[in-house]
Design a protein around this ligand. Sequence first.
Ligand SMILES: [Zn+2]
Ligand SMILES: [Zn+2]
Length: 235
Amino acid sequence: MKYQSRFSRIFFPEKCDRCGRIIPLAHSFCPHCEENIRVISDSFCESCGYEKTDCFCESEFNPKLPHIAAVYMYCGDIRERIHAMKFRGRPSFASSFASDMAKRVRQVYPDVAFDGVCFTPMTKSAEKERGYNQSRLLAKSLAHKLGVPLNDCLVKIKQTDKQHSLTGQERKQNLKGSFSVRTPAEAQGKVLLLCDDIKTTGATLNECTEALLSAGAKDVYCICIALADYHGGKE
Ligand SMILES: [Zn+2]
Ligand SMILES: [Zn+2]
């Protein structure tokens, strides 16, 4: 660190992106967050998103995605904040998560020119019940930060059972054929970034990716806030 920036940080200490606490010199998060947040390292598997040492592409539950990256493991403070965003009426957290995702996208997909940012849709009735779709909020903010248009082409056409009560195999079955594209022209020939909050088995991202590719998308890259520590059983 240069003398001047060290000097200015003594008088104007940097604040932690996550919680607003002061960050010690030469750290990126405050000590509290460093202990409670697991950031996924650069050495990760592009088909499942986990760090290479935890890759479980060989598991029968894991659909291999063309490209997947995530920022965090779903635990500690991140789990709390995602819950607050989804279930406790704190959609404003989406913007800060979208900043993390934008940073990650620039870092892991530096040479990809995206034509649009898509998101995993909810059925109309589910969205009405919650009041918002957190994936849409994330995608909107992410699109803005990356300077790429929001692409609202995916639709959920089938009401499905709640995924979190099902096992890996059941999740896949439950979601089969439940997503589609409004009009194929919205996906045709495009390179799309598909965003979601959490990847558990990857079944939702996989179904959405397939819907986009079969509508003629050129390529689909997935980005999530966090990966659940999922090993074939229930969450
Ligand atoms: Zn912090
Ligand atoms: Zn893998």
